[in-house]
Write a protein that binds this ligand. Structure first.
Ligand code: SIN
Length: 396
């Protein structure tokens, strides 16, 4: 057993070790703790399968222009014994959150009831937010689902080439209070192994940097912009993606598009103390206090770094599957490698806090600036290395 570099916790070390030991990739859950009622939630816990043979070859990542590969073995776990339609007490929710921490922030709730509804989904999420003393955060730009406005329905129509959420991002990083957990439920499920959700552990990515590079970026801050991804006039962005669907639309009022917020480039996870690279090609516009060329070079490096296979895993979709991820540990993207099929997912998002750097400082509630011009690839993607990929005009 080894603790991950940078791991800090206010929990007793013995408890932490015991819990981390339970989180080892590939191990089935079979200790005394499993006998405790709440811990039955962990029965059958296993690492995520990586069924390479069933996935299409040659999916190109538009950030790097290279084939999508995923190599992380310890990222993510499947909890096959959690029925999300049940009621959960505080202790049970804490066990689920701990399982998420142990798995780097990805929990796959497989085998949900066929009868699970959108209301069951939000009911689980509302129990989770109550345990965190927070609220659900509806999307700030896209209109919510008619049955529950806290639900973002992300749709790709068959043969739609510009799709929503297709470049790396952490949910709501353009907001003062960003997202902690997102909970995604499949509604219209793709064939197994295509149109997966791809995750990068931005914590492993930070740990993978040299000490010198870590020190270089530790005190940098960068602006994040909703307008970059959802502003009008860009044929490849998420607004265009919404317009290409029969059901998605923009809210009537979108004040978030008017100003961008400052976030640390390296954030500290409030539960685990792990440090994370917190920039994305989707929402980050520029590093504060740098010349444009400097900012572009460093953002391009970081965005390509987080996309390296060793930090990534992908979650394939099966019917009746729900995936919860921690935006404070991960960046993610919805792959679009099979465009002939319709795909629809429902997302609910938990309001987190203003992200903090290693000094405990946060800026997003106080440091705002006039929104950058919309332009999905501006700032990060217009460097020579990314030119080919940018020309693909894929969306965020
Ligand atoms: C998202 O960006 O939240 C959605 C990811 C996906 O569609 O797989």
């Amino acid at each position: 057993l080894s603790l991950k570099p940078g791991l800090r916790s206010s929990r007793p070390i013995g408890q932490m070790l015991r819990r981390s030991a339970l989180g080892l990739a590939g191990r089935r859950f079979s200790t005394a703790l499993a006998q405790e009622p709440a811990a039955r939630l962990l029965e059958g816990r296993c690492a995520l399968a990586q069924p390479w043979s069933e996935r299409p070859k040659g999916t190109i990542d538009q950030m790097t222009g290279r084939e999508v590969q995923t190599l992380s073995k310890h990222l993510g776990c499947e909890l096959p014994s959690v029925d999300l339609t049940q009621s959960f007490n505080f202790e049970e929710l804490e066990i689920i959150k701990q399982a998420s921490d142990d798995a780097g922030g990805i929990v796959v709730f497989s085998h949900q009831k066929d009868t699970m509804t959108i209301h069951d989904h939000t009911r689980f999420a509302r129990q989770l937010v109550a345990s965190e003393d927070t609220v659900l955060e509806p999307h700030a730009v896209a209109a919510g689902h008619p049955l529950d406005s806290d639900v973002l329905e992300i749709v790709r129509e068959a043969n739609q080439h510009v799709v929503f959420g297709e470049n790396w991002h952490s949910d709501h990083s353009f907001m003062g209070l960003t997202a902690s957990y997102s909970i995604l439920r499949i509604d219209d499920c793709p064939r197994f192994g295509v149109n997966d959700t791809l995750f990068s552990s931005t914590e492993d990515a930070f740990d993978g940097l040299s000490q010198t590079m870590q020190n270089l970026i530790l005190d940098l801050n960068a602006y994040h912009s909703a307008n970059k991804a959802y502003g009008v006039g860009h044929p490849g962005n998420s607004l265009a993606a919404m317009e290409g669907t029969d059901t998605m639309s923009m809210l009537a009022e979108t004040p978030i598009l008017e100003s961008d917020v400052l976030q640390p480039c390296v954030t500290v996870h409030p539960r685990t103390g792990r440090r994370s690279i917190y920039v994305s090609p989707t929402f980050t516009t520029h590093v504060d206090g740098m010349k444009p060329e400097e900012s572009k070079a460093i953002l391009l490096f970081l965005c390509q770094w987080i996309a390296r296979p060793e930090f990534c895993t992908r979650v394939s979709w099966r019917p009746n599957q729900v995936v919860m991820w921690d935006n404070r540990s991960l960046s993610h993207k919805g792959l679009a490698d099979e465009l002939t099929e319709r795909r629809a997912v429902h997302r609910v998002t938990v309001r987190g806090v203003s992200p903090q750097n290693h000094r405990g400082e946060s800026f997003s509630l106080t440091h705002k600036t006039k929104a950058a011009q919309g332009g999905l690839f501006e700032g990060v993607m217009d460097m020579p290395d990314a030119a080919t990929a940018a020309a693909r005009h894929m969306s965020a």
